[in-house]
Design a protein around this ligand. Structure first.
Ligand code: 649
Length: 557
């Protein structure tokens, strides 16, 4: 079958400008929401384009944009597309401090991206000016003020031009900017919207995802823009403070599609059980889960919790992807699991289906999208058969051509037309199952243990914060040894002991060390993923020793 080329985003701007019947709703924490049609959004984008042009910015130059609230970020991004600029979306500073590491991240990105200008909310100008000296700094307010001059013509672009650079944090080293072309973006948008979601003009998307990260930016802004999908946005910080707001927004606005990482499913269900509110979830037809290993227990618990509120069966849809493949590479319509033999997995790296008690249960992330392929490679780069566990590699029109000005990293990950993902997993029945990151694997006494297995078990204990556990290996005398760091809600007495007992009973693991930390101490990426390698580095450097001593001192003897 011959596939036609999907239309690139820049060629859809006229159609978006004419769309008055659908648009965005921006929810504010105070309860006042604002609505804007796609036509109004484009009118603002034209104003911003005028301002960018007046400041001498020209097609091909790189413009960083710190993702503030959706209502100012989105038209600014669209203006950059219209101007033919290479956009560089950046995270806002993390909630609750860590300003120094944020400034360091900005400095590193400025070093790689050679920016021509940066747009930041006025409140961050001092910080940004210090972190990125010499980069012209623009404010959202000034960009949203009309110049009084005629609107510049849209830039002339081709599908191979770069739309944006998606910076990924990585656990160590400098951040890498994935080059996302208009062709990549259009291919992935088509796969997600037409094949995966079978989007219709009646759909309503709801998102609290960070706007700088691929899932929030492409999944919830750019793909919906291309299809002029009705969208409701609330901020990530509002969601973190009150997780009920997500399902409440779906309930009030008749949301049909939403996506979130696994931690959010656990977080929302736990919070809801403590503070129930009225909800009607019958409108939802796809509730996607991706971006982190998916815990089947969490999905089952979420379904049990919200089925009485109208959440329909088969709505939860696991999805797998990464920035290097633009966003998504696979999608599963109805979530299901496969149980495999733990011993064969850990000792021989084979996925042997097995229904015995204690089997390892993994969630299917579905088959590769049309025009895309998934394979599994061994350490030498040879293709393996189905059921063999190895490194997942991906091919297809969504796969980027590499990292911006980083030939070594590009040559390492983009090999013979395949993207090496760094994820460990296997294929079964044409569907992909992800076991975790290759580099995070814990090898102890000849067993290959996936850290999330340990982390998920720890998370089942009362008092442990969801998505705030890190398991990793440190060198030991004969074999590697396992360390667990976790953040706890309040003071749970005897938590360390309970963790050690549970892991010994359920997984036969003896822990070298367990550290109960205050909230916010486990390192995470700007999109909220636990950075195990960084946590390990900090642990080995002794960064957690002081707090640990203080925390234990508070406990009665
Ligand atoms: C993951 C992105 C998941 C990511 C999302 C499709 C209205 C509303 C919505 C809409 C349209 C209209 O994490 C993408 C697919 C969203 C469509 C929304 O459409 N990228 S990343 O580069 O930051 O990280 C990639 C890594 O995350 C892990 C892997 O290690 C991967 O290399 N990861 C997973 N691990 C286990 N299981 C999964 N399912 C994973 N997905 C990503």
């Amino acid at each position: 079958m011959k596939h036609t080329e999907p239309t690139p985003l820049y060629a859809l701007l006229d159609a978006i400008e004419r769309c008055e019947e659908r648009g965005h709703t921006y929810l504010a924490s105070g309860g006042v929401s604002r609505q804007r049609s796609y036509a109004e959004l484009m009118a603002t984008a034209l104003t911003v384009h005028g301002q960018l042009n007046a400041r001498g910015l020209r097609a091909g130059q790189r413009l960083a944009v710190i993702a503030a609230d959706a209502s100012s970020f989105i038209p600014t991004f669209v203006a950059g597309v219209r101007a033919g600029l290479v956009l560089v979306p950046l995270a806002p500073p993390p909630l609750g401090g860590r300003q120094q590491s944020y400034a360091a991240l900005l400095r590193q990105i400025a070093g790689v991206a050679e920016l021509h200008a940066i747009v930041a909310p006025e409140s961050l100008h001092t910080l940004v000016a210090e972190a990125m000296p010499g980069v012209p700094l623009l404010g959202y307010d000034e960009l949203h003020t009309p110049t009084g001059q005629p609107t510049p013509a849209p830039a002339e672009l081709t599908p191979d031009d770069t739309c944006f650079l998606q910076f990924t944090s990585g656990s160590t080293g400098t951040p890498k900017g994935v080059i996302v072309s208009y062709r990549n973006l259009a291919a992935n948008t088509r796969a997600i919207m037409e094949h995966g979601l079978q989007i219709t003009p009646r759909d309503v998307g709801v998102s609290w995802l960070p706007l700088h990260h691929d899932m929030g930016l492409i999944g919830k802004v750019l793909a919906p823009l291309a299809h002029r999908t009705e969208m409701v946005y609330l901020s990530t910080s509002a969601f973190i403070k009150n997780p009920n707001l997500w399902l409440d927004a779906i309930s009030r606005h008749g949301g049909t599609i939403s996506f979130a990482p696994n931690f959010a499913f656990a977080y929302v269900a736990k919070h809801y059980l403590r503070r129930p509110v009225p909800l009607h979830l019958g409108s939802l037809r796809v509730l996607g889960c991706g971006a982190e290993p998916i815990n089947p227990e969490v999905l089952a618990e979420f379904s049990r919790c919200f089925a009485p509120l109208g959440l329909r069966d088969g709505v939860i849809a696991p999805s797998y992807g990464m920035a290097e493949a633009t966003l998504a590479v696979s999608f599963s319509r109805r979530w299901h699991t496969l149980a495999i033999d733990r011993h064969a997995c850990e000792a021989q790296r084979r996925a042997l289906p097995c229904e015995a008690a204690g089997a390892l249960r993994l969630v299917s992330c579905g088959p590769a999208f049309p025009e895309h392929a998934i394979t599994v490679l061994d350490a030498q780069g040879q293709h393996l058969d189905a059921e063999a566990i190895g490194e997942i590699a991906v091919r297809g029109p969504s796969v980027s051509r590499g990292y911006f000005r980083n030939p070594e990293a590009s040559a390492g990950n983009f090999v013979d037309g395949w993207l090496r993902t760094g994820d460990l997993g296997f294929l079964h029945g044409g569907e992909v199952y992800i076991c975790g990151r290759v580099k995070d694997l814990i090898i102890v006494n000849g067993r290959n243990v996936c850290p999330q297995d340990v982390e998920w078990l720890v998370e089942t204990l009362p008092g442990v914060r969801s998505g705030a556990v890190a398991a990793f290996a440190v060198p030991g005398a004969a074999t590697e040894q396992v360390v667990v760091l976790l953040e706890a809600r309040g003071q749970e007495r005897g938590l360390e002991e309970r963790i050690r007992e549970r892991l010994a009973e359920e997984m036969g693991l003896t822990l070298h060390d367990v550290r109960v930390l205050p909230s916010g101490r486990i390192p995470k990426t700007t999109s909220g993923k636990v950075q195990r390698a960084k946590a390990r580095g900090e642990y080995l450097a002794g960064s957690y020793d002081v707090e640990h001593a203080e925390a234990s001192a508070e406990e009665p003897a």
